[in-house]
Every structure is written in C-alpha cells, then in structure tokens.
Write a protein that binds this ligand. Structure first.
Ligand SMILES: Cc1ncc(COP(=O)(O)O)c(C=O)c1O
Length: 377
C-alpha cells in the first residue's frame, strides 16, 4: 500500500459496532467491568481510549513503526519519551533543536541528572566526538528549526548502533509523508502533530513512534503513569486532518518553491535556508533520505527595520508562532520558538534578530508573494 492510501486506510477506519466510516469520539473517562477476576481491555481513559488508539495505529503505520503513542502536545510526547532516561545518562542533541525541547533538556532534565551536549549535527564527526561512556541517546531534528540544517540520519543511526545507544528524531517538519526515520535505522520518532499532521491549527497533539517493542512499552508505561495522553476530541480531529496530509503537503511544497525562487532574487533578502535549494549545504543528504524539501523555510533580511515591517504588515501569512497549517504562518524565531534560548546561545547558533521563518499554507502563491512584497516594502 502506498502512503497516500495508508493515510486513508492504514489504521482502523470502520467502527465495528455500526459500520460508520470513521472511528467515533469515545468521550468517556471510565468503562464498566463485568468480571472481578479479569478486567476488560478498557478500564480508564488515561490508559486506553479507542479514538486515541485508532489515531496511534494510523501514525504507527505511516511511520513504519510497530507502536505509536499519542500525546496532549508535541512537548508532552518529547518530555514523556525523555523520561525513559535515568539520572547519570547523557544525550547528544542537535544545537538548533526546537526551543521547547532545549528548555526541558537544559532546565528540567538537567536538574534530574540527565545532561545534554548540544552539537552541530550537520557533522557526524561532531556527534561522535560528543559521545561519552554515559551517553545513552542522540536526539536530532532534520531539517532543523529554524535554520533547516540537515543531519545524515543513516550516518547518525550507524554511529548510535556502534555505541549501543538509541537515536531519537523529531520529524515534525517532514511528517511521515516525506521522511521516515525508522526506515533509516533510527529508534524513536517524535512529532508535534499540532503542525502538518493535523494541519488545521486547531489543536495540540504529539506522537512518539518506535519499531522497538521494549521502548514502546516503556514510553506507554510513562504516558499512562503521567497522564500525558491525547484526549478523544483531539484524537478524532487529528484522524480527520491526517487523511489530507498528502494533498496539503504537495500543494504547500509547490507554493514554497515558487515563493523561495522569488525571495532569492529580492534585494532585501541576503540568504534563504531551504533544503530544496541546490546550494543548501544539506541538499544532497536531504534528497537521499527524504521525499521532498517540505513547506517551511527561513530567510535573513537586510535590517531589523525591514524584519519588523515584514512581520507587522504581513496580512495573508499570520504573524504567529507554530507552522504546518492550511494558512501560511510567518514567525520570528528570536522572540518566538527560540525565546527560551539565551541571546548569546541563540546568536552563536545563527538565530539572529533578522531571521524570519515562513510556513507556507494553501493560499495562492501569487497572492502570498504580492503580500510579502507590500510588507517588505
Ligand atoms: C520541531 C518542533 N518540535 C516540537 C514542538 C512542540 O510541539 P507542541 O507545540 O505541539 O508542544 C514544536 C512546536 O513548535 C516544533 O516546532
């Protein structure tokens, strides 16, 4: 079955009770039991909910995993999954990791004795050099946020295997439609499903997917213990959203290519970070591991004044946090996704005060270009 078909038919799609084409919203917290000796599969919704399960099975199939857990947000997925590590463990993390992941790693997990080294993960040598005897995992995002830096996932997974450690990949920007890290040898895929997977900017959700049953069981245990699972309404909406992932992603990518080509020639833009561009340093590696460059890119403007004018005068692309919706979203990493990263650290990473990120939606690209033009001035 090809991925477009899996999006529609990959998980449970028919309600067994009624034949309804769609899994109903099981809006309950508890389930009636009939035997004192043997409780049924469902007892309490923190652990199991049929609507959430249908979504989890669908995402597992799309990522080529055997187990998926759905969470109340991307950060709930990331934080719950990181709880598989123990005090004394060390992680090697890409240095422009999503700001929220940086925050939990550097201020919360560090307090619990789980430490991280942040490295430029475009270099496999740097990843390997940061591995210590106590290192237990490599945590990656590719293309990364917001500089769209590319990590060789096969190479990183090979290093991890040699050291007997695991690889975790935040696949939010790509979605399983464009990139499937488990097929490349990685162990756990994480998602903010809030973004392209749901695609409509109307809920938060997250996923952890693995093809390792022991890891899946450990994440599931913590999810139930912490109560970080996704609610039934949001599971239903995400199941509905994911069915159109292919057509949304295809169109947003076409729009992105057109806007990137225009921006590259704009006199006020000095650089465009997009793995679809042949001059992008990670272009070849990205093409070898993904089926498309995606619909998010960032670019540098010539001054803070131009940056401010663009952000405040953009009418079609909403000046907002987040990405991956049907509507274009223009955001300012320095004060939004990476606001929790200290200024010196942020600038060292290249997340400057003149960097803007655009997530391209489904509007007509000519209208988006005209709007950007009037906003840039
Ligand atoms: C790459 C990436 N990972 C994780 C997250 C966190 O997801 P959520 O906002 O659903 O908690 C985000 C949110 O912007 C993100 O962009």
């Amino acid at each position: 079955m090809k991925l477009a078909t899996k999006l529609i038919h990959g998980g449970p799609t028919i309600d067994q009770q009624t034949g309804a084409i769609g899994i109903p919203i099981y809006q309950v917290s508890t389930y009636r039991q009939t035997s004192v000796d043997q409780f049924s599969k469902y007892d309490y919704a923190r652990g199991d909910n049929p609507t959430r399960e249908a979504l989890e099975e669908t995402i597992a199939v799309l990522e080529g995993g055997t187990r998926c857990l759905a969470f109340a947000s991307g950060m709930a997925a990331i934080s719950t999954t990181l709880m598989i590590f123990s005090p004394g463990d060390h992680l090697v993390v890409c240095d422009d990791v999503y700001g929220g992941a940086y925050r939990v790693l550097s201020t919360i997990f560090s307090r619990m004795g789980i430490t991280s080294s942040f490295v430029d993960a475009t270099s496999l040598a740097e990843i390997e050099a940061a591995i210590r005897p106590e290192t237990k995992g490599i945590y990656l995002e590719t293309p990364s946020n917001p500089l769209l830096k590319v990590t060789d996932l096969r190479g990183a997974a090979d290093i991890a295997k040699r050291y007997g450690i695991i690889t975790l990949v935040d696949n939010t920007f790509m979605t399983p439609y464009l990139q499937r890290p488990l097929e490349l040898g990685c162990d756990i895929v994480l998602h903010s499903g809030t973004k392209f997977i749901n695609g409509h900017s109307d809920l938060l959700c997250g996923f952890a997917v693995t093809d390792n049953s022991e890891l899946g069981q450990r994440i599931r245990y913590i999810q139930n213990a912490f109560g970080t699972g996704l609610g039934p309404q949001d599971s239903f909406l995400t199941l509905r959203g994911v069915k159109t992932l292919k057509v949304r992603m295809d169109q947003s990518q076409l729009n992105t290519e057109k806007i990137v080509a225009w921006l590259k020639l704009h006199p006020r833009i000095s650089v465009v970070h997009y793995p679809g561009l042949p001059e992008h340093p990670g272009h070849a590696i990205h093409n070898a591991q993904a089926d498309g460059p995606g619909a998010v890119f960032s670019f540098e403007l010539d001054s803070y004044e131009t940056t401010k004018r663009l952000l405040e005068n953009s009418h079609l692309a909403a000046f907002a946090v987040s990405l991956g919706g049907v509507e274009s979203i223009i955001s300012y990493p320095a004060k939004m996704s990476h606001a929790s990263v200290p200024k010196e650290e942020r600038e060292r990473k290249g997340i400057t005060d003149t960097l803007v990120r655009l997530s391209v939606g489904l509007e007509d690209p000519d209208d988006l270009i005209a709007d950007l033009q009037q906003a840039i001035g």
